[in-house]
Design a protein around this ligand. Structure first.
Ligand code: DHB
Ligand code: MG
Length: 217
């Protein structure tokens, strides 16, 4: 198999399983137009986040790393009208793009965007989150996982993005801060008694990567 075949299969699966979605298309177009990096979750992964919220019955969701709000829309739709998403974004310009797209998607009232570095914003949040999606600077993964446990409760679902990184995660001598941060996050999920975790590698539109899934115990 080849990366082109993985992408074709992802496109096919999305055609089978996802509805045409003008609001998400518009959010991506706005993000591209603003020059944001094209590193949002793939459509099928966005749907996975949406399903995880609904499967777990989460009503309060925390996202770390908003970017242009693409994954935020998937999460906000899933929490229902009474649910709430708090999403933390370090770049004010990104947050402005996300705010416009969330409002245009009709879920703006469910979403509280907090602008600032996670390490500064997370200590200011009131806990009780039922699901936490971590998709920000990989260098801070352990900081974010610690806050996910502190702001969650037994039963909280934690999703950590980008744990595959083209297989680079096995390189224990890597000097790439993203690889080091990813490895540290995985080590913490394995060792920290607050988490029970697994991980799935993914291939698809975004190449070879993966996602870790944890329960706060
Ligand atoms: C990067 C970050 C992401 O969250 C992602 O999904 C893909 C790549 C990155 O920083 O390289
Ligand atoms: Mg990511």
């Amino acid at each position: 198999s080849t990366p082109a075949a993985w992408a074709d299969a992802d496109t096919f699966l999305a055609e089978q399983l996802l509805e045409p979605d003008p609001a998400l298309d518009a959010a991506l177009a706005a993000q591209r137009a603003a020059g944001l990096p094209e590193i949002e979750v793939a459509p099928l992964a966005g749907k996975l986040l949406n399903l995880l919220v609904r499967l777990s019955g989460a009503r309060r969701v925390l996202e770390i790393g908003t970017l242009g709000g693409y994954s935020t829309i998937w999460l906000a739709r899933a929490v229902g009208e009474e649910g709430r998403v708090v999403t933390v974004e370090a770049e004010a310009d990104n947050a402005a793009v996300a705010r416009a797209s969330l409002d245009a998607a009709g879920v703006g009232e469910r979403v509280d965007i907090r602008i600032g570095r996670g390490a500064d914003v997370l200590p200011t949040l009131v806990g009780g989150f039922d699901l936490v999606f971590i998709d920000a600077d990989k260098e801070s993964n352990t900081v974010y996982l610690d806050w996910a446990a502190r702001l969650g409760h037994p039963g909280t679902v934690v999703v950590l993005d980008n744990i595959g990184r083209d297989g680079e995660i096995v390189r224990e001598d890597s000097t790439d801060p993203k690889v080091i941060g990813t490895r540290e996050g995985l080590r913490m999920l394995g060792e920290d008694p607050r988490f029970d975790a697994t991980a799935l590698q993914t291939v698809g539109l975004k190449g070879w990567d993966g996602v870790a899934l944890a329960l706060v115990v």
